[in-house]
Design a protein around this ligand. Structure first.
Ligand code: ZN
Length: 134
């Protein structure tokens, strides 16, 4: 399947494999599907809990981007988990600023991750009233 690879910075013909190749020491993950780029070896997981269990979770990240996405989730998730924002509204707000439909799995570079992080930080620092009071 053709998937954008962040390491190669282009669409690559990714190969379907499973967790026994990606995480040989994690028996619990061996059954899970992954798409792997033959050129750089990076990989992406799948929407394995859905009907289409081999549908990739966005583009193939580099380890650096994977880490940056985790950092994004650390400041993003509490904003809706604490109900300060509705998740959908929050994602929309971010999308409006960055100009593309936001999801962490779609970030393609460290620069994009940085931008998204800054936007979320600004939103979280804004003194706007919670949606229930505005
Ligand atoms: Zn690649």
């Amino acid at each position: 399947m053709e998937i954008y690879c962040c390491g190669c910075e282009e669409k690559v013909e990714a190969r379907l494999t499973d967790g026994s190749e990606i995480y040989p020491h994690r028996n619990d993950l061996h059954e899970l599907p992954f798409w792997r780029c033959a050129a750089c070896g990076n990989y992406v997981g799948c929407h394995h809990k859905t009907k289409n269990r081999t549908a990739p979770l966005g583009c193939i990240p580099t380890p650096e981007i994977r880490k940056a996405r985790q950092e994004i989730h650390k400041i993003l998730d509490p904003l809706w988990q604490t109900r300060r924002f509705k998740r959908k509204e929050l994602y929309q707000k971010i999308s409006d600023v960055i100009g593309w439909k936001f999801h962490t799995s779609k970030t393609r570079s460290i620069e994009e991750c940085r931008e998204v992080y800054r936007v979320i930080r600004d939103i979280s620092n804004s003194s706007a009233l919670p949606s229930t009071l505005s």
